[in-house]
Design a protein around this ligand. Structure first.
Ligand SMILES: Nc1nc2c(ncn2[C@@H]2O[C@H](COP(=O)(O)OP(=O)(O)O)[C@@H](O)[C@H]2O)c(=O)[nH]1
Ligand SMILES: [Mg+2]
Length: 376
């Protein structure tokens, strides 16, 4: 409110800037040390199953050895799945870092024994890999609380899968209420998720986000930068611009009718023609593609679409009888030749259009059946 807009800027740009600054503020946390270093540092990982605890424990062990010259020990406290212990051992082998394991015994005791073992052997950074469940669960929380009370870690890191959607709120609150978390790590940011979970973490807890996971490999751990995350979250193309433009020009009723027909699998060439004309009103297709979220990533920001091609398609469809447009399957070779001649295009082009339309219908059917995912 009350913000001045410089003459050289558009209000929309200023608005986005304000939102971005707020995001950076929300995401950032002043002067938190990334790595806590004590004469003997004990770190406990916490998070749901599959969030990336084991992988991240390995990455962290590697990082503290490399950057801080520490001597890490990995501790296998996920005793419920034999594969979990093997997974950690495998990582330890790859990194040449020792893994403390007692196989399938009591996780609280293992953690406690591991700390004693570390002291004995001169390790100074103990990373406890814990079990997770698919959902927040009482027994799991109790186990983590017991480990916490017994070994008294310097850090409890919440590992959050950035692809967790709405459930992130429950997960974060669930762990935050039961454990004195000291930081969070957001994993799998190499995927195409925006990382909105970062906002949930910062909004729901007081803990800093320290690192992000950017690959499955052991070097895929980066420092968290609020500014970069804000940019990532805001990079939604000019979706708003596109929506406004479309709202102003498209005929809502026509669009609704078309959508209904697509859903019923009854979309025909006649409807396609109506849609083509609607899209034409939006201006050059390149400009519309550019506005799509993720356009840059998909390489849509500099495609060239020949406006003539759209005119050709239109000409071909217009040369068909309404009956043919509604049911192109009835087109025989002679009629295709006639349509080609009438529209001034080749028979191949007529065939190509029919084929593309057929493919489009298959896609729409998938959409209708619910196994088609829009990439944003
Ligand atoms: N692409 C990607 N995959 C990750 C990342 N972190 C973990 N993973 C993968 O996610 C899966 C679950 O990780 P894991 O460490 O076993 O999760 P845990 O059950 O919490 O211990 C594994 O296939 C990992 O390779 C990451 O930052 N990027
Ligand atoms: Mg694990």
């Amino acid at each position: 409110m009350g913000e001045e807009v410089a003459k050289s800027l558009k209000p929309g740009e200023v608005f986005v800037k304000i939102v971005k600054d707020e995001l950076v503020d929300l995401l950032g946390k002043e002067d938190e040390p990334l790595i806590v270093v004590k004469p003997m540092t004990i770190v406990m990982m916490a998070g749901l199953q599959g969030s990336g605890k084991t992988t991240t424990a390995g990455k962290l062990a590697r990082l503290v050895r490399k950057k801080y010259g520490l001597k890490p020990l990995l501790v296998a406290c996920d005793v419920y799945r034999p594969a979990a212990i093997d997974q950690l051992k495998q990582l330890g082998k790859e990194l040449n870092i020792e893994v403390y394991s007692e196989g399938k015994s009591n996780p609280v005791e293992i953690a406690n024994n591991a700390v004693n073992y570390a002291k004995e052997k001169g390790y100074n950074y103990v990373l406890i890999d814990t079990a997770g469940r698919l959902h927040i669960d009482e027994a799991l929380m109790e186990e983590l609380q017991n480990i916490n009370e017994t070994v008294n870690p310097n850090e409890i890191l919440l590992v959050v899968d950035s692809m967790t959607g709405q459930d992130a709120v429950n997960v974060i609150t669930g762990f935050n209420e039961k454990l004195p978390l000291t930081g969070a790590i957001l994993t799998k940011l190499d995927g195409d998720t925006k990382g909105g979970a970062a906002l949930s973490i910062r909004h729901l807890t007081n803990i800093p986000i320290k690192f992000i996971g950017v690959s499955e490999k052991m070097d895929g751990l980066e420092e968290f930068y609020p500014e970069r995350m804000a940019n990532r979250i805001l990079d939604m193309g000019d979706l708003m611009g596109m929506i406004e433009k479309a709202e102003g020009l498209m005929d809502d009723e026509e669009a609704l009718k078309a959508a209904e027909k697509m859903q019923k699998g009854k979309f025909d060439l006649e409807d396609f023609l109506v849609q083509l004309n609607q899209i034409k009103k939006l201006g050059p297709l390149e400009n519309i593609l550019k506005m799509l979220p993720g356009a840059k990533k998909m390489g849509l920001n500099n495609v060239n679409i020949d406006p003539k091609q759209m005119a050709h398609i239109e000409a071909i469809i217009l040369s068909m009888t309404p009956k043919e447009r509604r049911n192109p399957d009835i087109l025989k070779a002679s009629r295709k030749r006639r349509i080609a001649a009438g529209s001034g295009r080749s028979v191949e082009e007529v065939n190509r259009l029919l084929k593309q339309f057929e493919q489009m219908k298959i896609m729409m059917k998938r959409f209708k059946d619910g196994n088609f995912k829009i990439p944003f």
